[in-house]
Each structure stands twice: as C-alpha cells, then as structure tokens.
Write a protein that binds this ligand. Sequence first.
Ligand code: NAD
Length: 245
Amino acid sequence: MLLKNKIALVTGASKGIGKGIALALVKQGCSVVISDIDDIELKNVEEEIKLLGTKVLAVKCDVSQKDQVDNMIDKTKEFFGGLDILVNNAGIYPFKSFTEITEEDWDRVLSVNLKSVFLCSQKSLEIMSNGASIINISSIASFVGFNGLTHYCASKGAVNSMIRALALELADRKIRVNAVAPGSIETPGANNPDENIKKQTISMIPLARMGQAEDIAGAVVFLASDLSNYITGQTIIVDGGWTLR
Ligand code: NAD
C-alpha cells in the first residue's frame, strides 16, 4: 500500500473519474472524505467504501460556493483532524458554440472548474501539514482546442498555469501541487450513446481504447505518493496518446 493511514479528500466523487479516484485511494490505504453536489449518488459511494472497512466521511458540497467549501473542510478537520491529499476533481463541460455562450455559462464553468481549485486549495491548506499533496484534474482540452468548449478549455488551461505558481509558493512547506490531464474517459458525464462517435474517438487514440476512471486514478495515486516526491507544478497527460499527433 502506497498511502497507508493518509487522509484524502476527493471532490465530485459521486461518479465518474472522482469515484474511481476515491476507490483507488482507499485501495492504497487512505481514509477518505468524498464530496459532491449529488448527495444521493454520494451516499451509495459512501456505503461502498464502508463495506471495504474504510473510514469515510461524505459531505454535500458545491465546490464553487465558498461557504460550502469552508464547511466541507471544517467537517474534515472535525472528523479526521487534518488532510494529506486534496484531489480537485469536480468539473463540468457543457458543449456550446462560442457565439452562444452566455455570461452565466461562462461564469458557471469558470467557477466550478477554476475558482473551486482556489477555494478548496486555500481552505485545505489550513489543515494540511508539511508534505501534503494537492492534485487537480485538468484536461487535454488545456493543450488542444475542442469545438464547443472555449470556456472549458480556458478554465483548464488556467488550472495548469495556476498550479505552477502555487507549487512555487508551497515548496517551502514541501506541499506538492500537480495536475492530471485526462483524454477521453468513459464516465456518466462524457457518455455519448452514439456508437459511431465512440468509434471515431477511438480511431484518434493511439492506444485504441477509451480511457477508464482507473487510468486517471493510477496517475493520481502516483502523484499522491512518495514515488513522485520530486515532482511539483506539473501536468501529466493521461490520454492513451491522443495528443501525440
Ligand atoms: P462526471 O460528470 O461523470 O462526474 C462529475 C461529478 O462532479 C458528478 O458527480 C457531479 O455531480 C460533480 N459535480 C459537478 N459540479 C459540481 C460542483 N459544482 N460541486 C461539486 N461537485 C460537482 O464527470 P467526469 O467525466 O468524471 O469528470 C471529472 C473531471 O475530469 C472533471 O474535472 C472533468 O473536466 C475532467 N475530465 C473528464 C474527461 C472525460 O473524458 N470524462 C476528460 C478530461 C477531463
């Protein structure tokens, strides 16, 4: 086990990549705080983790709202006493052509995908000790353009830039800050029932398959563990080779 007795918090953990990350951290010995706006699915994940015999705290939280983020971290402190690993995973990717994006659309995407990283990271630092790790789920959309995702691309590009500065500021506390940029991962949010679109997507991926939540979770476990002790401020692409060509 790479993360025995560590306390980890994962946002957006009710489903998809966040759920996969939470379960992978549990397998590596972590106790976990799981949070999401969808508290019905969150309860199911909580039960699943409890059945594995792991200590788990589930907190409903919209990561774009400061009062809810503060409450989530206060509850983490009350329940576990501190935090070793923060995974900023919650994110939204509503497709809309640039000319149709409203100011509200823009603000919502930037708040959930970017402001949340600021809110969750800053508040977590109050209860993190030296040597902790912050991991952000970015996207290959921070490196390449996607039609209909201008606001999303902007939010994820900003995450990559933000963590380089934050990693510098936190280096004296030996707190490492990194990101994982997934390619096309099969999740409820990214699900497209059209088999032709899926085939088309797979044809662009050198490793010739869609990614799974576990593929992203593997990189997160690595970045949370001592195996990556000398890595900070980096964004690791996990995309089956999509962005190689
Ligand atoms: P998903 O929609 O399947 O799951 C996201 C979870 O986040 C849901 O449980 C949802 O309720 C929760 N959530 C949404 N808004 C929230 C908020 N304001 N506060 C708290 N929780 C909230 O999505 P996913 O595909 O698992 O994506 C997870 C992360 O990975 C996102 O940051 C996304 O941008 C990133 N990503 C996904 C893919 C992909 O192909 N699936 C690719 C690149 C990056």
